[in-house]
Design a protein around this ligand. Sequence first.
Ligand code: RAM
Length: 874
Amino acid sequence: MTAIPIDLRCDHAVDPLGIEHPQPRLSWTLASSERGERQSAWQVQVASSVMLLGGERADLWDSGRVEAGDQLVVYAGTALHSRQQALWRVRAWDGQDQPGPWSPPARWEMGLLAAADWLGRWIARRADTAPAPAPLLRRGFTVDGALVRARAFVCGIGYHELRINGLPAADRLLDPGYTRYDRRALYVVHDVTALLRPGENALGVMLGTGWYNVHTKAVWGFHEAPWRGAPRLLVQVHLAYADGRAEVIISDEQWRTTDGPVRYDSIYGGETYDARCEIPGWDEPGFDDSAWTPALTLPPPGGLLSAQHAPPIRATRHLEPRSITQPQPGVHIVDFGQAFAGHARITVDAPAGAEITIRYGEQLTPAGLLDTAAIDEHMTKTDPQLRFQTDRYISAGRGRESWEARFTYHGLRWVEIRGWPGAPAPSDITGIEHHTDVEPAGSFSCSNPLLDAIRTATDWAYLSNLQSIPTDCPQREKNGWTGDAHLACDQGLFTYRSGLAYEKWLDDLWDEQRESGELPGIVPTGGWGYAWGNGPAWDSAYHLIAWQLYEHLGDTRPLARHYDRLKRYVDYLGTRAVADIVSIGLGDWCTAKTETPVAVTSTAYYYIDTLIVARAARLLGKEEDARIYATHAERIRQAFIARFRKPDGIWAEGSQCAIACALHFGLLEPADRAPTLSALVAALERTDHHLDCGILGTSYVLRALHECGRDDVAYRIATQDTFPSWGHMIRQGATTLWEAWNGSGSRNHIMFGDILAWMLRALGGIEPDSAHPGFARVIVKPPLIDGLTHATARHDSIRGAFVVAWHRTGASMRIALTVPPNAEALLHAPHADPEQVREGAGLARSAAGVSFTGVVDGRAVFTVGAGTYAFACG
Ligand code: RAM
């Protein structure tokens, strides 16, 4: 039977609320284990109710039968209005032209599409930005009958916590996402139908400062951000009654406000909570708020109000203490055994007014005390007295009380606790890890335990640094450093469905780009980072991430949306180039020893950005631009060659980074490829297979070796355990990747994380074919590397799961392979003779779903359609 479509998504999310694009993207996968399953045609129906969807006529859109394999299509029906509900379903025809069953219905709802849809006022407790207790705002209201639907649209900045009738409205932290608030503030949409009841109800909101009102002085100057303002709130709850009536509850002067128990909150500093200031019942109906003051109304933050599409931050893991020590009387050090981003939850029985201080850090002194020197240097430089990574809890004296911070987060492995009555037991302290809650979409493991440890550390570092924006580190800066983000993007898209998180951040880049085309090194920025000149090696995050979204998801929308901006940046670089060589900006950063001239890397990114604009132009049908930028890219390449090419495959001064850069970005002529590869291999031999480069070079070396078929060399580098190497970090006790090979600075950075992409591609053997974006075709080439006997890699692509699990014993190899419907794999079997390759009980070449396509580089190549296969050879 033809497959049924499953996992229906609108704009890459399951049943989302708050869609704003007039033509959302619809996607699905096919539930089928049938070999060679392929969709030859599809039909989508969209209706305003389930009844209309199941009936004769879908009133919003009926695509009719469309002959195409796409599983990502664009809604092309009736124009949708604010808050409109759309139900949809899809069916597919198979290769034999048989229609399959309709999928079960999925849905989406539109957001508030026009400024005029917002009926409420921005309200606040106070208008000034001085540090102050986090305000509580509340309003009671009556629900006059049975409800069929209730939706809350909320924007409370810096952060807000919405409560309804005493309960949190949603399982989310640090909402809404961090943006450049004077250009764009995000609202979140909650389905609150189940939280409301006929009769009296109450809405309660607590507001935190977040990035909106940073008062801590640090070198990046967020305390002087142009958007800075007193925390404020906009709410609108739409009620739909069973009898057809509608009602809207809005934020306005009727709301009342007072100070809450959070007495201080700072994104850098931490939070102070005085449990004695709790107001029982404040968020419940019937509460007497007559002593509270009416809310002030304030101007809006200044920019667009836009729905938050990226997943929210959620607490996803709870860590138990591994040990608790007392290196000094009254000073308790809790070790969670793992570095992460989040905070500690405490449960304590202390007298009223007792103050417990929790400080967070990533290192200990030799005496076993918390050592934050490496991560607070940028902070204490500006203010030696500064409070940093510190939470305080003041007890109400009511017996066992539990508390955790809600408007801040920290980077930590250890916490230091002072002021605890007696000593904390392990059950009194929990580590709460949180990150933008992207769905897992990939995994890797292999026979080398060191690589597995590196993979795990990379994963923790990635999630630690995905906190609404991709960040550099969760403790010192929490900045959206652009270079760090693009270096981690490929492995991030391989292992998580993080596309929407990146789409959100590309909008942040949009908001930060100047008319001239310039970008700052951190996004968002309070103004810092333009003049500093981070240059194309960082700024190219804009181009590289938009392009990687296309390669991973086959989705052209980010490229289309940002096309003019991407072009503007390339044009800006043109004004900084001299004879097509760009010498500005940061270069290979955090090197082991040898530096590489900035002009090498900056010009390489100038080239790749120009090429991406040319390719995007072609995809988007902008032929004239495609021609202009392709010609321009070629000119840059020639300038690069003229300037940096030296004899014998050497580039510039011959650093590993420079040689690998020329290879990886394809800057060289085909004839120079072999000598350049030899020069790279020779350079690596001279360092006994250690990297002698920084974050850029590290990525290029692994990628260049992989692209040139020398994963054996890359493997030696990746499995080193002496300085400088990932293994060296692990041997020193790293549980996340570090900022620098020698361990200086932060211990939770992701910028050396591209190694995980290499593991999946090179060792796992899942290499997406760039000519077939969206994982339509994958090259599966299990490596033959001495010492590596098996690996398992998985990626849940937009078409479904690819799984490769290979085992090698002597000269034989077994390869279990799963290919999702509508995709194919090119299996490069580790044998030249196709007759030596079996699938199941017979020869591979005659197996269902498999065809032999020829021999490439001494490997028999088979085209493998959808299905699950067991290959063996040798
Ligand atoms: C540091 C950051 C980041 C890096 C910049 C250039 O401050 O932590 O990782 O991109 O420098």
